[in-house]
Ligand binder design. Structure first.
Ligand code: ZN
Length: 452
């Protein structure tokens, strides 16, 4: 079974393009002047589905699948692809070599421990850069690798100097940065910046940080290093996208993502969610740089290979991301979609859907369906009468779009013999609205999210 996805294939009530004339109202809370610290209009994406995503409970990508995912992400236009350390296994080493040799537009990185053996192995695979990481929190220093800050700094300098000498890009990141001592953090970042590291990384490895803490830490770091700043946020407490945004506002330059956010535990900043957030902040930058219409393909590809469904409330591609239900919303959406939409579905290759077979429906939405069905001689009063009947029947159970269409057709036909009022009186339960058997499965999709 596959996850719920293609709403564009289902019959839908959509607004005519001609009606969508005005742009969304710009928030009065936006800054009046450009913020020189902020990189919301110049960030880069380090896509880590093939590294962080491999740490997702269900994930196992063979070489062919990794290549397929790498190509799909490259087609979207992500700036970097991060791969599992070649030190992890023989196959991981070979996969790094294979993907580094594909000639993709995205730069290929691998992620290794801060260790000379790992660094040498990484360089051997032909990747463009190496993301080096070491834990600096007191927890990790005491319970994981057991090294002190002096040792960590010396080791970092040795490894970075080697990687640079091999003509590769290098990032140095601490792990669990938000539970590390600030003085320790700043001194090690300063030391590696001084020897020419390309990026320093902040990682909220345990997902404990909030946007305000992120803003403060990145801003402080920005004032002590000249290199780029990469940020990696776990989503344990639901802040991964907001933290990424706050980091960019404070001067971070690179954000780590994975498709659907898959990763260790409940994962990291999702690629699609970051696109949604950044589109709302600077649509021109995001649309000019990335092919947003391909996000659904790559999400379906990854969802299938790790055997999960795309969540019903997923950013952009979720079952109900562009479904409007309440009558008052439907009326406004049909007049101008910007009233209740900050994201335009068509910019993401998606379709808007106005749900009408329920008791919250309104006659404007029903009238729109009448126009789609080309039942031209039905008046506003007819639409209102049928809407009342839909509400009455939907108090018993929600109607499918086929049920609604059947009601409209029966009413329309009866009008020719002036028996339309009688028809409405005769229909007392939704079961009287015949539904073609072949369409039953489509109908269900319109009514509720499908569980895998
Ligand atoms: Zn992580």
């Amino acid at each position: 079974m596959s996850p719920p996805r293609d709403l564009s294939q289902t019959p839908a009530v959509t607004a005519a393009p001609a009606q969508r004339t005005r742009e969304p109202f710009v928030s009065p809370y936006m800054p009046k002047y450009p913020d020189p610290m902020s990189n919301i209009s110049s960030f880069k994406i380090i896509e880590s589905t093939l590294r962080e995503g491999e740490q997702f409970a269900n994930a196992f990508f063979d070489t062919a699948k990794k290549v397929e995912i790498a190509k799909a992400l490259d087609a979207i236009g992500v700036d970097y692809l991060e791969l599992t350390s070649p030190a992890a296994s023989e196959q991981s080493y070979n996969d790094c070599k294979t993907i580094a040799g594909l000639g993709l537009k995205a730069k290929i990185l691998t992620h290794t421990r801060c260790h000379m053996d790992d660094a040498r192995l990484a360089v051997e695979t032909g990747v463009d850069g190496v993301d080096v990481v070491i834990g600096t929190s007191s927890y990790l220093r005491e319970f994981s690798h057991g090294k002190d800050m002096e040792y960590i700094t010396d080791k970092a300098i040795e490894v970075i100097t080697y990687i640079k000498s091999q003509g590769r890009e290098v990032r140095f990141s601490t792990e669990d940065s938000f539970r590390s001592d600030l003085v320790d953090l700043l001194s090690i970042y300063k030391a590696v910046d001084k020897i020419g590291v390309n990026r320093v990384g902040i990682a909220d490895t345990v997902g404990c940080a909030n946007p305000r803490q992120v803003y403060e830490l990145v801003k402080t770091l920005r004032s002590v290093v000249n290199c780029d700043i990469e940020c990696h946020f776990h989503n344990d407490t639901g802040c991964a996208i907001a933290n990424a945004y706050a980091a960019l506002e404070a001067g971070a330059t690179h954000i780590d993502t994975s498709v659907l956010g898959i990763g260790e535990r409940n994962g990291i900043t999702p690629l699609g969610g970051l696109f949604a957030r950044m589109y709302a902040a600077d649509k021109d930058y995001v649309m000019g740089k990335y092919d947003l219409k391909l996000i659904r393909n790559v999400e379906n590809l990854v969802a299938d290979s790790v055997e999960v469904a795309v969540p019903f409330n997923n950013y952009i591609t979720g079952y109900c991301a562009f479904t409007h239900k309440a009558g008052i919303h439907a009326k406004a959406i049909l007049n101008n979609p910007s009233t209740y939409e900050i994201l335009k579905p068509e910019d993401f290759g998606m379709s808007r859907y106005v749900s009408i077979g329920h008791r919250l429906t309104g006659w404007n939405a029903v009238k729109n369906r009448i126009e789609q069905l080309r039942l031209t001689d039905m008046t506003d009063d007819d639409a209102k009468a049928v809407t009342q009947k839909i509400k009455e029947l939907a108090d018993i159970r929600p109607l499918s779009l086929d049920n609604v269409d059947s009601l409209l057709h029966q009413y329309h036909d009866a009008k020719k013999t002036s028996s339309h009022i009688t028809i409405l009186e005769k229909i007392a339960t939704p079961d009287q609205l015949a539904e073609p058997a072949v369409k039953a499965s489509t109908t269900q999709k319109q009514q509720q999210p499908i569980k895998k």
